[in-house]
Design a protein around this ligand. Structure first.
Ligand code: KG4
Ligand code: ZN
Length: 354
């Protein structure tokens, strides 16, 4: 059975394969103006890469190739639609791992050609940036976006679709990368974020006095000093092995998390002050952390700032956010004439050009 998209309304299919999740999503603009996620299956490779302590690029791309057909068929079946009813296709073309990006990008372009529908090249970071607004009645609004993912920490002023101004970025490690590296030092599994969060709730955030690097120094971030500070503490706690004693593990996690959070909050508040914006949106894997969400909620409430969060299923990598980017770009391009078939993947594609 193939349900047609309601007349005049746009239905899109997009693929995400920039790192270690193979994902396909189908989205549809509804008659009431909202957006419905018809399906959004994800085949995660996390278990595969865990034994290596991080993502192995070649393993990731081979696994994307094997998984994509199954995920695509699942997306179509769950949505109850067929390819001929899709109005536009999209895929992540960067940033990410080159060989992984190629799998989703090539599949998306082939689907677009075979079905004679436009193709939209979507920036993965734009997908994250838009994600908190996917299920909002009013859609995308002017705001300051804080993207905290495994590869990036970005503060962006958003006026409207495609009108973005970079306010701050990381000078070294991204916030999620700091979680992953510190977790590895503490002997915890990959990805480190959820592992640290689990222990941090049981620990004392003031037990260790970790640095809040560059907290009063502009809107750029730096997390590598924090990582080194954790390493020094570990060497002090156990000079022989440098391993975290069980008794200190929860306190180390809580103190690390608090140090990251203090910087994220301080910089976001400065960005809001600087831009005069009254809406803040969090996105990316680190934004599914409950402590992060609660702490931001409290500060925003006290300052009259409206906080926009994506549901957990839209914070870590997924194709619904890429499909949302596809949908918004398809709707804003003149009569669907735009097509990015000739655009190549770009592992370093910047969200905002300098
Ligand atoms: O956005 P994402 O899924 O992928 C990238 O685009 O990078 O983010 C992945 C990052 C990883 O570094 C992971 O450790 C972190 O998000 N993360 C978390 C949590 N869940 C995932 N960090 C803190 N707390 C969490 N609960
Ligand atoms: Zn991501």
């Amino acid at each position: 059975m193939c349900k047609k998209s309601p007349s005049g309304l746009v239905r899109v299919l997009a693929i995400e394969s920039s790192c270690d999740e193979t994902a396909v999503a189908i989205l549809q603009r509804e008659e009431d103006g909202g957006v419905q996620i018809l399906s959004s299956p994800i085949a995660s490779q996390i278990d595969l890469h865990r034994r290596y302590g991080g993502v192995v690029p070649e393993l990731a791309s081979r696994t994307h190739s094997r998984a994509l057909e199954t995920v695509l068929l699942e997306a179509l079946e769950t949505a109850g639609v067929c390819l001929s009813s899709i109005d536009a296709f999209g895929a992540t073309l960067g940033p990410g791992l080159a060989s992984s990006l190629l799998v989703g990008a090539t599949a998306g372009k082939v689907l677009s050609l075979a079905n004679q529908r436009p193709f939209f090249a979507i920036n993965h970071m734009e997908g994250h940036l838009l994600s908190p607004f996917l299920q909002h009645k009013e859609g995308l609004i002017a705001h300051v976006g804080l993207i905290i993912s495994g590869g990036h920490t970005l503060l962006v002023e958003v006026e409207s679709l495609g009108h973005y101004r970079l306010l701050g970025t990381t000078r070294d490690d991204a916030a999620g990368e700091a979680y992953d590296k510190v977790a590895k030092m503490l002997g915890l599994d990959y990805p480190g974020g959820p592992e640290i969060e689990k222990r941090a709730v049981l620990g004392n955030p003031n037990a260790f006095d970790f640095p809040r690097s560059m907290i009063k120094d502009g809107l750029d971030f730096s997390f590598s000093g924090l990582k080194t500070a954790v390493l020094y503490v570990l060497e002090k706690l156990d000079p022989h092995t440098g391993r975290a004693p069980q008794s200190a593990l929860n306190d180390l996690c809580a103190s690390f998390e608090q140090a990251v959070l203090d910087v994220l909050i301080a910089k976001s508040m400065s960005a809001l002050e600087k831009t005069g914006k009254t809406h803040l949106a969090l996105s990316g894997g680190v934004s599914c952390n409950e402590h992060v969400k609660k702490a931001f909620g409290k500060v925003c409430q006290s300052k009259g700032i409206e906080l926009h969060l994506a549901p957990p299923s839209l914070t870590t990598d997924n194709a619904a956010m890429i499909a949302y980017g596809t949908l918004l770009h398809a709707e804003s391009s003149s009569a669907g004439l735009r097509s990015d078939l000739l655009q190549d993947i770009d592992p370093n594609w910047a969200l905002v050009e300098d």
